[in-house]
Design a protein around this ligand. Sequence first.
Ligand code: AMP
Ligand code: MG
Length: 665
Amino acid sequence: MSLSTAILVVSTTAAKDPQTDASIGTLTDVFAGDGSSQFSVDETSIVSDDLAQIQNQIMIWTDSPRPVNLIVTTGGTGFAVSDITPEAVTPLLHKQAPGLVHGMLASSLAVTPFATMSRPVAGVRGKTVILTLPGSPKGAKENLQAVIKMLPHACLQAAGANSRAMHAGGTSRLEKEAGVAASSSGGARHHHHHHHGHGHGHGHGHAGPVRHTKPSEHPVSNDPSLGPSRRHRESPFPMLSVDDALDLIAQQSPVPEVVNAKVDCSLVGAVLAQDVTARENVPAFRASIVDGYAVVVPQDGDLKAVFPVTAVSHAAPGEVGALKRGEIARITTGAPLPPGATAVIMVEDTKLVSMMEDGKEEKEVEIFADNVREGENIREVGSDIKQGAVILRKGSRISAVGGEIGQLAAVGVADVQVYRRPVVGVLSTGDEIVEHNRPGDLQHGEVRDTNRPTLLSAVEGQGFEAVDLGIARDRAGSLEEVLRAALRQVDLVITTGGVSMGELDLLKPTIERSLGGSIHFGRVNMKPGKPTTFATVSVKNNAGDRVVKPIFSLPGNPASALVTFHLFVLPCLHRMSGLEPPGLPKVPVTLAHEFPLDKARPEYHRAIVSVGTDGTLRAESTGGQRSSRVGSMQGANALLCLPSGPEPLPKGSRIDALLMDTIRT
Ligand code: AMP
Ligand code: MG
């Protein structure tokens, strides 16, 4: 029997320099010796005295599809300000185990009264037993030894073993199996380590989740210094659904920052961070809607008569004299009405009767209009936009169509508060990658950088500033350096490549181990894009404040990189820029032909959506969907959300499509 066991060292010192840690070795020896090979230490990790890091690591071990049986933490259980292990672990426990706590404390109290200075907790999360041991290797060892004989039983029960069967022999059988003696009992007991051998059987009493393969020696990401033989042979990251991944992105996206912006064409694409009210009325004066003659409407509305033209009002600023009954004033579209005028008669409803001596000006004009109402052909003050009214709501996006800029311009709003648009860095990784435009033939093994040009364009096309971070080589040091520099310069980093299972896939280890970032997910159940990785790193900005910056490490294959950009990076950028709703718009479409399905993973099939003859939207495949084939994105304006399944989806099926570009007509 082998209970998979994880050791979590909580120590800010050891996190910086793993060489200083002695606990992993000590505890591994205790598991091997006192644990009489019932435990296999499959996972170890070192984190700082940081609540989130502790919880993150524990949850990766407990909440994955194959949880470990036991987690022991060491460190952070004292009274120092930085000691927070019990505070991190307690909220994760579904069940408390005060007995184990008591067992540990009682044994160490027998050694030293300083045992009272440890604040251990123990319990069960899901199928995993969790214990917090003190930080000193000696204390940790003694505490573990105090309870280790009981742990197999606890672990198997926690893992869901049938407790009736386990307890069938009564406590004495259990004690015997655990190799412990009840202190009240006088009988001699053998320290006989009974190997249950139940772990592998299904339907057995002790059907604990026993691993058939050891995932690896290391916690989450690979430790690159250990070389290819020690890398994970299976990703240790839980496989998330796309929806769960999007939820995590939603939770972890930095909140948008508010800045002032000028109202000009650079505002296109920005999102307002305030309600904007009209500074002025539009129109600011009573204006004519037509070219014609301003009149004073009589009671009966009958204006059929010949009138003298006493004034002219052009659309030009300035004063106009008052109009009296019986007089008319020629007026142009948009020009201010003379005071006293109550309507405007269109020029089409009039006829010139006589001219001035010089032959240049009108003298008399006949009007053919009755039933004229006051206000006819007049735009009243504020009738288009009322001063003080809210013209644009917080959260509105300034489009290039012009309506929003127009509203702002019309009422004289020159500056607005908007959400600052994130600056995005794009980095390619890989020793084989060369500049896309490098002259000459490729050497054997070289690959032209496809992802940087595509992603830089996609980022800018979506209205964000893009920074070209170049190509990083597959060496941890250079990657770390490039990323550190990038995090100073940009708000969000996109990398491609280096997230597969090869020994030179350094993104995850570098983010986690060198940059102290948190990886929120490292595997998604989708095609293409399975190894998509999302992390955040906390860095100091220029003002010295800590800010969180997301890193999206997308797969290296060009089609995967573009699909996952649209699916995952874009919603994060939208959130960071205040845009609602985030992400691509989803519309229902009809399949124009049969579509094959992947048996295991939901697929984001690149397609061309157009308006069919019946007016509904139809979708056609762009052809071969291999993740290396960037041509699958050529001409594509949509990602079809295909479920996994054994049979192809027939022509005519209705399916959701995420629109990346405008619909074809
Ligand atoms: P990796 O995840 O680094 O193993 O990359 C997966 C595949 O994508 C490999 O075939 C890489 O050569 C390829 N690849 C990685 N980055 C790029 C890039 N920037 N442009 C084109 N292909 C790439
Ligand atoms: Mg690579």
